[in-house]
Design a protein. Structure first.
Length: 510
Protein backbone atom coordinates (compact mmCIF):
# COMPACT_ATOMS: atom_id res chain seq x y z
CA UNK A 1 0.00 0.00 0.00
CA UNK A 2 1.28 3.45 -0.85
CA UNK A 3 0.77 6.11 1.78
CA UNK A 4 1.68 8.99 -0.53
CA UNK A 5 3.37 11.96 1.00
CA UNK A 6 3.54 12.94 4.63
CA UNK A 7 4.17 9.37 5.66
CA UNK A 8 3.66 8.57 9.31
CA UNK A 9 6.64 6.45 10.20
CA UNK A 10 5.49 3.97 12.81
CA UNK A 11 7.69 1.79 14.92
CA UNK A 12 6.76 -0.80 17.48
CA UNK A 13 9.86 -1.29 19.54
CA UNK A 14 10.15 -4.78 20.97
CA UNK A 15 10.72 -3.98 24.61
CA UNK A 16 10.51 -0.34 23.69
CA UNK A 17 11.76 1.81 26.49
CA UNK A 18 9.73 4.77 27.60
CA UNK A 19 12.87 6.87 27.99
CA UNK A 20 14.14 6.39 24.43
CA UNK A 21 14.75 9.60 22.48
CA UNK A 22 11.94 10.11 20.01
CA UNK A 23 11.50 12.42 17.06
CA UNK A 24 8.35 14.43 17.49
CA UNK A 25 6.38 15.38 14.37
CA UNK A 26 8.50 17.15 11.73
CA UNK A 27 10.61 18.72 14.43
CA UNK A 28 13.51 18.08 16.74
CA UNK A 29 14.46 15.01 18.73
CA UNK A 30 13.27 15.23 22.31
CA UNK A 31 14.60 13.20 25.17
CA UNK A 32 11.56 11.74 26.86
CA UNK A 33 12.90 12.20 30.36
CA UNK A 34 13.10 15.96 29.73
CA UNK A 35 9.31 16.21 29.41
CA UNK A 36 7.62 17.49 32.58
CA UNK A 37 6.42 14.65 34.74
CA UNK A 38 2.74 14.54 35.63
CA UNK A 39 2.35 15.88 39.14
CA UNK A 40 -0.37 13.73 40.57
CA UNK A 41 0.54 10.15 39.83
CA UNK A 42 1.32 8.01 42.84
CA UNK A 43 3.93 5.28 42.48
CA UNK A 44 2.00 2.46 44.12
CA UNK A 45 -1.31 1.48 45.58
CA UNK A 46 -3.72 1.78 42.70
CA UNK A 47 -6.53 -0.76 43.04
CA UNK A 48 -7.50 -2.50 39.83
CA UNK A 49 -11.23 -1.89 40.40
CA UNK A 50 -13.00 1.10 41.99
CA UNK A 51 -13.55 0.82 45.73
CA UNK A 52 -17.31 0.44 46.41
CA UNK A 53 -16.96 1.62 50.04
CA UNK A 54 -14.93 4.79 50.04
CA UNK A 55 -13.10 7.28 47.87
CA UNK A 56 -9.71 5.95 46.83
CA UNK A 57 -7.06 8.72 46.92
CA UNK A 58 -4.74 6.68 44.69
CA UNK A 59 -7.45 6.44 42.04
CA UNK A 60 -8.19 10.15 42.34
CA UNK A 61 -4.51 10.88 41.82
CA UNK A 62 -4.32 8.52 38.85
CA UNK A 63 -7.30 10.23 37.20
CA UNK A 64 -5.77 13.63 37.93
CA UNK A 65 -2.49 12.45 36.40
CA UNK A 66 -4.22 11.25 33.25
CA UNK A 67 -6.20 14.47 33.04
CA UNK A 68 -2.95 16.40 33.44
CA UNK A 69 -1.36 14.47 30.56
CA UNK A 70 -4.31 15.22 28.33
CA UNK A 71 -4.47 18.91 29.19
CA UNK A 72 -0.75 19.24 28.46
CA UNK A 73 -1.15 17.32 25.21
CA UNK A 74 -3.86 19.74 24.12
CA UNK A 75 -1.92 22.76 25.33
CA UNK A 76 1.13 21.69 23.30
CA UNK A 77 -0.90 21.09 20.14
CA UNK A 78 0.09 24.26 18.34
CA UNK A 79 3.80 23.48 18.87
CA UNK A 80 3.53 20.09 17.21
CA UNK A 81 2.54 19.18 13.67
CA UNK A 82 -0.98 17.95 12.85
CA UNK A 83 0.66 14.72 11.71
CA UNK A 84 3.53 13.37 13.83
CA UNK A 85 6.39 12.07 11.70
CA UNK A 86 7.31 9.25 14.05
CA UNK A 87 5.26 7.17 16.37
CA UNK A 88 7.00 4.90 18.88
CA UNK A 89 4.82 2.38 20.62
CA UNK A 90 5.48 1.15 24.12
CA UNK A 91 5.51 -2.60 24.72
CA UNK A 92 2.18 -4.08 23.77
CA UNK A 93 2.01 -7.36 25.72
CA UNK A 94 1.20 -7.24 29.43
CA UNK A 95 4.21 -8.11 31.60
CA UNK A 96 4.16 -10.77 34.30
CA UNK A 97 3.32 -8.13 36.90
CA UNK A 98 1.14 -5.12 36.38
CA UNK A 99 2.66 -1.67 35.94
CA UNK A 100 2.66 1.15 38.45
CA UNK A 101 0.39 4.14 37.77
CA UNK A 102 3.41 6.24 36.79
CA UNK A 103 4.61 3.62 34.29
CA UNK A 104 1.12 3.44 32.83
CA UNK A 105 1.05 7.21 32.41
CA UNK A 106 4.52 7.14 30.80
CA UNK A 107 3.34 4.55 28.30
CA UNK A 108 0.20 6.56 27.62
CA UNK A 109 2.35 9.59 26.90
CA UNK A 110 4.29 7.67 24.25
CA UNK A 111 1.14 6.72 22.42
CA UNK A 112 -0.16 10.29 22.71
CA UNK A 113 3.08 11.63 21.21
CA UNK A 114 2.38 9.66 18.04
CA UNK A 115 -1.29 10.55 17.81
CA UNK A 116 -2.89 12.67 15.10
CA UNK A 117 -3.26 16.17 16.47
CA UNK A 118 -6.71 17.57 15.62
CA UNK A 119 -6.31 20.70 17.79
CA UNK A 120 -3.48 22.08 15.64
CA UNK A 121 -4.80 25.11 13.74
CA UNK A 122 -3.42 23.61 10.53
CA UNK A 123 -5.39 20.36 10.90
CA UNK A 124 -7.85 20.86 8.05
CA UNK A 125 -7.52 17.56 6.22
CA UNK A 126 -10.47 15.53 7.36
CA UNK A 127 -13.84 15.52 9.07
CA UNK A 128 -12.16 15.08 12.44
CA UNK A 129 -12.25 18.33 14.40
CA UNK A 130 -10.94 18.97 17.93
CA UNK A 131 -13.05 17.26 20.58
CA UNK A 132 -15.71 19.16 22.43
CA UNK A 133 -14.47 19.40 26.00
CA UNK A 134 -17.72 18.40 27.74
CA UNK A 135 -17.99 15.38 25.53
CA UNK A 136 -14.49 14.29 26.56
CA UNK A 137 -15.63 14.40 30.18
CA UNK A 138 -18.82 12.53 29.31
CA UNK A 139 -16.71 9.84 27.62
CA UNK A 140 -14.83 9.34 30.87
CA UNK A 141 -18.09 9.10 32.80
CA UNK A 142 -19.47 6.64 30.24
CA UNK A 143 -16.44 4.44 30.79
CA UNK A 144 -16.73 4.77 34.54
CA UNK A 145 -20.45 3.93 34.62
CA UNK A 146 -19.80 0.99 32.31
CA UNK A 147 -23.51 0.70 31.56
CA UNK A 148 -24.66 -1.29 28.57
CA UNK A 149 -27.27 0.09 26.21
CA UNK A 150 -28.13 -3.42 25.14
CA UNK A 151 -31.00 -3.47 27.62
CA UNK A 152 -32.85 -1.17 29.98
CA UNK A 153 -31.90 -2.99 33.18
CA UNK A 154 -28.26 -2.48 32.27
CA UNK A 155 -28.62 1.23 31.54
CA UNK A 156 -31.91 2.61 32.87
CA UNK A 157 -31.30 6.36 32.82
CA UNK A 158 -29.06 6.24 29.77
CA UNK A 159 -31.64 4.28 27.77
CA UNK A 160 -34.22 6.96 28.53
CA UNK A 161 -31.72 9.66 27.63
CA UNK A 162 -31.07 8.00 24.27
CA UNK A 163 -34.78 7.69 23.49
CA UNK A 164 -35.53 11.26 24.53
CA UNK A 165 -32.59 12.86 22.74
CA UNK A 166 -33.03 10.92 19.48
CA UNK A 167 -36.76 11.81 19.56
CA UNK A 168 -35.95 15.47 20.18
CA UNK A 169 -33.44 15.54 17.34
CA UNK A 170 -35.74 13.69 14.95
CA UNK A 171 -38.47 16.23 15.63
CA UNK A 172 -35.95 19.02 15.22
CA UNK A 173 -35.07 17.65 11.78
CA UNK A 174 -38.78 17.86 10.94
CA UNK A 175 -39.73 14.19 11.21
CA UNK A 176 -42.72 15.02 13.41
CA UNK A 177 -44.18 13.65 16.62
CA UNK A 178 -43.45 9.97 17.27
CA UNK A 179 -40.20 10.02 15.31
CA UNK A 180 -36.91 8.96 16.84
CA UNK A 181 -33.98 6.67 16.33
CA UNK A 182 -30.92 5.05 17.75
CA UNK A 183 -27.26 5.87 18.31
CA UNK A 184 -24.77 3.86 16.29
CA UNK A 185 -21.00 3.60 16.31
CA UNK A 186 -20.32 5.59 13.15
CA UNK A 187 -22.05 6.71 9.98
CA UNK A 188 -21.13 3.51 8.16
CA UNK A 189 -23.20 1.56 10.64
CA UNK A 190 -26.08 4.06 10.51
CA UNK A 191 -26.19 3.81 6.71
CA UNK A 192 -26.07 0.02 6.83
CA UNK A 193 -28.87 -0.18 9.38
CA UNK A 194 -30.99 2.24 7.33
CA UNK A 195 -30.70 0.05 4.24
CA UNK A 196 -31.42 -3.12 6.19
CA UNK A 197 -34.58 -1.50 7.59
CA UNK A 198 -35.55 -0.27 4.11
CA UNK A 199 -35.20 -3.78 2.72
CA UNK A 200 -37.16 -5.29 5.60
CA UNK A 201 -39.93 -2.72 5.25
CA UNK A 202 -40.23 -3.44 1.52
CA UNK A 203 -40.18 -7.20 2.16
CA UNK A 204 -37.26 -7.63 -0.22
CA UNK A 205 -35.06 -9.86 1.96
CA UNK A 206 -35.14 -12.66 -0.60
CA UNK A 207 -34.48 -10.56 -3.69
CA UNK A 208 -30.86 -10.58 -4.83
CA UNK A 209 -31.85 -8.43 -7.80
CA UNK A 210 -32.96 -5.49 -5.61
CA UNK A 211 -31.32 -2.16 -6.43
CA UNK A 212 -30.10 0.86 -4.48
CA UNK A 213 -29.64 4.18 -6.26
CA UNK A 214 -27.21 6.84 -5.04
CA UNK A 215 -24.94 9.38 -6.68
CA UNK A 216 -21.43 8.52 -7.86
CA UNK A 217 -20.21 10.84 -5.10
CA UNK A 218 -22.05 8.98 -2.30
CA UNK A 219 -19.89 7.64 0.50
CA UNK A 220 -18.23 4.25 0.13
CA UNK A 221 -20.20 3.01 3.13
CA UNK A 222 -23.21 2.51 0.84
CA UNK A 223 -21.29 0.00 -1.30
CA UNK A 224 -20.01 -1.63 1.89
CA UNK A 225 -23.57 -1.92 3.23
CA UNK A 226 -24.78 -3.71 0.12
CA UNK A 227 -21.88 -6.16 0.33
CA UNK A 228 -22.72 -6.89 3.98
CA UNK A 229 -26.36 -7.37 2.96
CA UNK A 230 -25.29 -10.06 0.53
CA UNK A 231 -26.15 -8.12 -2.60
CA UNK A 232 -23.98 -8.24 -5.72
CA UNK A 233 -21.97 -5.14 -6.78
CA UNK A 234 -24.52 -4.55 -9.54
CA UNK A 235 -27.11 -3.74 -6.86
CA UNK A 236 -25.46 -0.33 -6.50
CA UNK A 237 -26.76 1.97 -9.22
CA UNK A 238 -24.43 4.98 -9.30
CA UNK A 239 -26.21 8.04 -10.71
CA UNK A 240 -24.11 10.82 -12.31
CA UNK A 241 -23.81 14.23 -10.66
CA UNK A 242 -24.14 17.72 -12.13
CA UNK A 243 -21.32 20.28 -12.24
CA UNK A 244 -22.01 21.15 -8.59
CA UNK A 245 -21.61 17.53 -7.47
CA UNK A 246 -25.36 16.99 -6.91
CA UNK A 247 -27.18 13.86 -7.95
CA UNK A 248 -28.69 14.30 -11.43
CA UNK A 249 -32.44 13.88 -10.89
CA UNK A 250 -33.22 13.21 -14.56
CA UNK A 251 -30.69 10.41 -14.63
CA UNK A 252 -32.22 9.01 -11.43
CA UNK A 253 -35.69 9.14 -12.99
CA UNK A 254 -34.39 7.26 -16.02
CA UNK A 255 -32.70 4.66 -13.81
CA UNK A 256 -35.86 4.13 -11.75
CA UNK A 257 -37.94 3.81 -14.92
CA UNK A 258 -35.50 1.26 -16.34
CA UNK A 259 -35.70 -0.74 -13.08
CA UNK A 260 -39.48 -0.70 -13.30
CA UNK A 261 -39.41 -1.91 -16.91
CA UNK A 262 -37.02 -4.73 -16.08
CA UNK A 263 -39.04 -5.76 -13.01
CA UNK A 264 -36.14 -5.14 -10.61
CA UNK A 265 -37.32 -3.90 -7.21
CA UNK A 266 -35.78 -0.74 -5.77
CA UNK A 267 -34.77 -1.23 -2.17
CA UNK A 268 -33.95 2.42 -1.53
CA UNK A 269 -32.64 5.65 -2.96
CA UNK A 270 -29.84 7.28 -0.99
CA UNK A 271 -29.46 11.05 -1.21
CA UNK A 272 -26.41 12.68 0.34
CA UNK A 273 -26.56 15.89 2.35
CA UNK A 274 -22.87 16.76 2.24
CA UNK A 275 -20.72 14.59 -0.01
CA UNK A 276 -17.37 13.49 1.33
CA UNK A 277 -15.04 15.26 -1.08
CA UNK A 278 -16.81 18.55 -1.81
CA UNK A 279 -19.80 18.82 0.55
CA UNK A 280 -22.43 18.85 -2.18
CA UNK A 281 -26.08 18.48 -1.16
CA UNK A 282 -28.33 16.40 -3.40
CA UNK A 283 -31.76 17.87 -4.42
CA UNK A 284 -33.70 16.03 -1.75
CA UNK A 285 -37.19 17.37 -2.58
CA UNK A 286 -37.01 16.22 -6.21
CA UNK A 287 -35.53 12.86 -5.19
CA UNK A 288 -38.23 12.42 -2.52
CA UNK A 289 -40.91 13.02 -5.14
CA UNK A 290 -39.46 10.30 -7.37
CA UNK A 291 -39.34 7.94 -4.37
CA UNK A 292 -42.96 8.72 -3.58
CA UNK A 293 -44.02 7.94 -7.14
CA UNK A 294 -41.98 4.73 -7.19
CA UNK A 295 -43.03 3.80 -3.64
CA UNK A 296 -39.48 3.33 -2.42
CA UNK A 297 -37.56 4.26 0.71
CA UNK A 298 -35.54 7.46 0.79
CA UNK A 299 -32.50 7.41 3.02
CA UNK A 300 -30.56 10.65 3.42
CA UNK A 301 -26.92 10.30 4.37
CA UNK A 302 -26.52 13.52 6.31
CA UNK A 303 -23.35 12.39 8.09
CA UNK A 304 -21.67 15.65 7.14
CA UNK A 305 -24.46 18.12 6.45
CA UNK A 306 -27.44 17.29 8.66
CA UNK A 307 -26.18 19.30 11.65
CA UNK A 308 -26.54 22.46 9.55
CA UNK A 309 -30.31 22.00 9.86
CA UNK A 310 -30.02 22.64 13.60
CA UNK A 311 -29.04 26.25 12.90
CA UNK A 312 -31.86 28.39 11.47
CA UNK A 313 -29.46 30.65 9.56
CA UNK A 314 -27.84 27.67 7.83
CA UNK A 315 -30.71 25.19 7.54
CA UNK A 316 -31.29 26.34 3.95
CA UNK A 317 -27.97 24.74 2.99
CA UNK A 318 -29.50 21.28 3.61
CA UNK A 319 -33.20 21.70 2.79
CA UNK A 320 -35.95 19.08 2.94
CA UNK A 321 -34.30 16.54 5.25
CA UNK A 322 -37.75 15.88 6.72
CA UNK A 323 -38.83 14.22 3.46
CA UNK A 324 -36.54 11.25 4.16
CA UNK A 325 -37.70 7.98 5.66
CA UNK A 326 -34.39 7.70 7.46
CA UNK A 327 -31.49 10.05 8.12
CA UNK A 328 -27.88 9.51 9.17
CA UNK A 329 -26.41 12.27 11.35
CA UNK A 330 -22.79 12.30 12.54
CA UNK A 331 -22.31 14.77 15.39
CA UNK A 332 -18.72 13.44 15.62
CA UNK A 333 -17.86 15.44 12.53
CA UNK A 334 -18.47 19.20 12.55
CA UNK A 335 -19.74 19.43 16.13
CA UNK A 336 -16.72 17.67 17.60
CA UNK A 337 -18.60 15.17 19.75
CA UNK A 338 -15.94 12.59 20.60
CA UNK A 339 -15.86 9.48 18.45
CA UNK A 340 -17.91 7.67 17.80
CA UNK A 341 -21.15 9.62 17.60
CA UNK A 342 -23.65 8.86 14.89
CA UNK A 343 -27.43 8.57 14.85
CA UNK A 344 -29.91 6.84 12.64
CA UNK A 345 -33.19 8.77 12.81
CA UNK A 346 -36.47 7.58 11.34
CA UNK A 347 -39.90 9.00 10.85
CA UNK A 348 -41.19 5.68 12.21
CA UNK A 349 -38.58 4.46 14.69
CA UNK A 350 -40.62 1.35 15.53
CA UNK A 351 -39.40 -0.01 12.21
CA UNK A 352 -36.01 -0.56 13.84
CA UNK A 353 -37.24 -3.15 16.32
CA UNK A 354 -39.56 -4.64 13.72
CA UNK A 355 -36.46 -5.31 11.64
CA UNK A 356 -33.77 -6.10 14.20
CA UNK A 357 -35.78 -7.43 17.14
CA UNK A 358 -35.11 -11.05 18.02
CA UNK A 359 -36.28 -11.07 21.62
CA UNK A 360 -33.66 -11.09 24.34
CA UNK A 361 -34.58 -14.22 26.32
CA UNK A 362 -31.85 -13.62 28.91
CA UNK A 363 -33.14 -10.12 29.80
CA UNK A 364 -36.15 -8.73 31.64
CA UNK A 365 -38.76 -7.46 29.14
CA UNK A 366 -38.41 -3.90 27.88
CA UNK A 367 -40.34 -1.27 29.81
CA UNK A 368 -41.05 0.49 26.54
CA UNK A 369 -41.34 -0.99 23.08
CA UNK A 370 -37.93 -2.55 22.66
CA UNK A 371 -34.48 -2.70 24.22
CA UNK A 372 -31.76 -0.60 22.62
CA UNK A 373 -29.97 -3.76 21.56
CA UNK A 374 -33.01 -4.75 19.50
CA UNK A 375 -33.13 -1.47 17.61
CA UNK A 376 -30.02 -2.03 15.56
CA UNK A 377 -27.14 -4.31 14.71
CA UNK A 378 -25.10 -3.74 17.83
CA UNK A 379 -25.72 -5.78 20.96
CA UNK A 380 -23.57 -4.44 23.77
CA UNK A 381 -23.42 -0.69 23.21
CA UNK A 382 -21.53 2.06 25.00
CA UNK A 383 -23.63 5.00 26.13
CA UNK A 384 -22.46 7.25 23.31
CA UNK A 385 -25.57 9.33 23.79
CA UNK A 386 -24.13 10.87 26.98
CA UNK A 387 -21.35 12.76 25.23
CA UNK A 388 -23.73 13.97 22.55
CA UNK A 389 -26.18 15.19 25.15
CA UNK A 390 -23.53 16.86 27.33
CA UNK A 391 -21.80 18.35 24.30
CA UNK A 392 -25.01 19.87 22.94
CA UNK A 393 -25.88 21.18 26.41
CA UNK A 394 -22.41 22.71 26.69
CA UNK A 395 -22.71 24.49 23.36
CA UNK A 396 -26.34 25.54 23.60
CA UNK A 397 -28.16 26.77 20.50
CA UNK A 398 -25.83 29.74 20.20
CA UNK A 399 -22.73 27.62 20.51
CA UNK A 400 -23.95 25.20 17.84
CA UNK A 401 -24.65 28.16 15.56
CA UNK A 402 -21.18 29.57 16.26
CA UNK A 403 -19.50 26.29 15.26
CA UNK A 404 -21.39 26.18 11.96
CA UNK A 405 -20.96 29.93 11.31
CA UNK A 406 -17.21 29.69 11.83
CA UNK A 407 -16.83 26.71 9.51
CA UNK A 408 -18.78 28.40 6.73
CA UNK A 409 -16.85 31.67 7.16
CA UNK A 410 -13.47 29.89 6.93
CA UNK A 411 -14.57 28.07 3.83
CA UNK A 412 -15.67 31.35 2.20
CA UNK A 413 -12.37 32.96 3.07
CA UNK A 414 -10.30 30.12 1.65
CA UNK A 415 -12.42 30.11 -1.47
CA UNK A 416 -11.83 33.86 -1.95
CA UNK A 417 -8.10 33.38 -1.52
CA UNK A 418 -7.94 30.52 -4.02
CA UNK A 419 -10.37 32.01 -6.56
CA UNK A 420 -7.76 34.10 -8.42
CA UNK A 421 -5.47 31.08 -8.88
CA UNK A 422 -5.51 28.79 -11.90
CA UNK A 423 -7.48 26.12 -10.07
CA UNK A 424 -10.64 24.14 -10.54
CA UNK A 425 -12.48 24.67 -7.25
CA UNK A 426 -14.98 22.07 -6.16
CA UNK A 427 -17.24 22.98 -3.29
CA UNK A 428 -20.84 22.96 -2.23
CA UNK A 429 -22.74 24.95 0.39
CA UNK A 430 -20.89 23.45 3.38
CA UNK A 431 -17.41 23.72 4.92
CA UNK A 432 -15.48 21.56 2.45
CA UNK A 433 -13.44 22.79 -0.48
CA UNK A 434 -11.44 20.68 -2.92
CA UNK A 435 -9.27 21.97 -5.74
CA UNK A 436 -6.86 20.87 -8.45
CA UNK A 437 -4.84 22.83 -11.03
CA UNK A 438 -6.58 23.53 -14.34
CA UNK A 439 -5.42 21.60 -17.33
CA UNK A 440 -3.44 18.75 -15.73
CA UNK A 441 -3.93 15.13 -16.68
CA UNK A 442 -4.34 12.44 -14.02
CA UNK A 443 -0.62 11.69 -13.69
CA UNK A 444 0.36 15.36 -13.49
CA UNK A 445 -2.41 16.09 -10.97
CA UNK A 446 -1.23 13.24 -8.78
CA UNK A 447 2.37 14.46 -8.84
CA UNK A 448 1.25 18.02 -8.06
CA UNK A 449 -0.97 16.85 -5.19
CA UNK A 450 1.85 14.90 -3.56
CA UNK A 451 4.32 17.80 -3.84
CA UNK A 452 1.86 20.44 -2.73
CA UNK A 453 0.56 18.43 0.21
CA UNK A 454 4.13 17.87 1.39
CA UNK A 455 5.04 21.54 1.07
CA UNK A 456 1.94 22.35 3.15
CA UNK A 457 2.84 19.72 5.73
CA UNK A 458 6.29 21.29 5.97
CA UNK A 459 4.41 24.41 7.14
CA UNK A 460 2.34 22.27 9.51
CA UNK A 461 -0.75 22.58 7.39
CA UNK A 462 -2.47 19.30 6.69
CA UNK A 463 -4.88 18.93 3.77
CA UNK A 464 -6.10 15.62 2.36
CA UNK A 465 -5.56 14.34 -1.16
CA UNK A 466 -8.75 12.75 -2.52
CA UNK A 467 -9.08 11.28 -5.99
CA UNK A 468 -12.15 12.94 -7.50
CA UNK A 469 -13.40 12.68 -11.06
CA UNK A 470 -10.26 10.76 -12.04
CA UNK A 471 -7.82 13.44 -10.82
CA UNK A 472 -6.19 14.04 -7.48
CA UNK A 473 -7.29 17.12 -5.60
CA UNK A 474 -6.31 18.72 -2.34
CA UNK A 475 -9.16 19.11 0.08
CA UNK A 476 -9.65 21.40 3.05
CA UNK A 477 -12.28 20.64 5.68
CA UNK A 478 -12.77 23.87 7.57
CA UNK A 479 -14.45 22.64 10.73
CA UNK A 480 -11.46 23.29 12.99
CA UNK A 481 -12.33 26.33 15.16
CA UNK A 482 -8.63 27.04 15.78
CA UNK A 483 -7.88 27.68 12.11
CA UNK A 484 -7.36 31.39 11.51
CA UNK A 485 -6.84 33.68 8.52
CA UNK A 486 -3.10 33.15 8.93
CA UNK A 487 -3.34 29.44 8.16
CA UNK A 488 -5.75 30.08 5.29
CA UNK A 489 -3.44 32.69 3.77
CA UNK A 490 -0.44 30.39 4.08
CA UNK A 491 -2.38 27.60 2.37
CA UNK A 492 -3.20 29.95 -0.52
CA UNK A 493 0.43 31.14 -0.77
CA UNK A 494 1.81 27.58 -0.81
CA UNK A 495 -0.71 26.51 -3.42
CA UNK A 496 0.20 29.55 -5.52
CA UNK A 497 3.89 28.63 -5.29
CA UNK A 498 3.07 25.06 -6.30
CA UNK A 499 1.27 26.35 -9.39
CA UNK A 500 4.20 28.55 -10.35
CA UNK A 501 6.45 25.50 -10.11
CA UNK A 502 4.21 23.79 -12.67
CA UNK A 503 5.15 26.47 -15.21
CA UNK A 504 8.87 25.73 -14.86
CA UNK A 505 10.33 22.94 -17.00
CA UNK A 506 11.28 19.95 -14.89
CA UNK A 507 15.03 19.45 -14.44
CA UNK A 508 16.29 16.38 -16.29
CA UNK A 509 17.00 13.45 -14.02
CA UNK A 510 20.74 12.89 -13.58
C1 LIG B 1 -21.07 11.38 3.60
C2 LIG B 1 -20.53 10.34 4.55
N1 LIG B 1 -21.33 9.35 4.94
C3 LIG B 1 -20.92 8.39 5.78
C4 LIG B 1 -19.63 8.41 6.27
C5 LIG B 1 -19.19 7.29 7.18
O1 LIG B 1 -19.11 7.73 8.48
P1 LIG B 1 -18.17 6.98 9.55
O2 LIG B 1 -16.75 7.27 9.12
O3 LIG B 1 -18.57 7.58 10.84
O4 LIG B 1 -18.47 5.53 9.49
C6 LIG B 1 -18.75 9.43 5.90
C7 LIG B 1 -17.39 9.48 6.41
O5 LIG B 1 -16.64 10.37 6.15
C8 LIG B 1 -19.21 10.42 5.00
O6 LIG B 1 -18.40 11.39 4.57
Amino acid sequence: MSWGSGVLAAACHPGCCSHAPVTLENGPTVNRSSLPAPEHAPEVGLAAFPNPLEVDPALEAFLAGASDLLCRWWAGSAQRSPLPALSVLPEVAPGRDGLSPQALLDDLQLVMDGAYNPCHPGAVAHLDPPPLTASVVADLIVAGLNNNLLAEELAPSLTRLERCLTAWLAERFGFGVGSGGVAASGGTLSNLMALVVARHTAGLQDRRDALVFCSVDAHVSIAKALAVMGLPPTALQAVPVDHEGRLDVDALAQGLAAARRSGQPVLAVVATAGTTVRGAVDPIAAIAELCRLQGCWLHVDGAIGAVYALVPDHAGRVPDLHLADSLTVNPQKLLGITKTSSLLLLRQPQRLAACFGTGLPYMEPSWAEAHGGECGLQGTRPAEILKLWLGLRQLGERGIAAVVDGAVARRHQLQQLLQPLDLELRGGPLHLLAFTPCGLDAVEAQAWSIRCRQSLLDQRLMLSRPLYGGRHHLKAVLGNPHTTSIELQTIAEQVSVSLQALQKPLLPLL
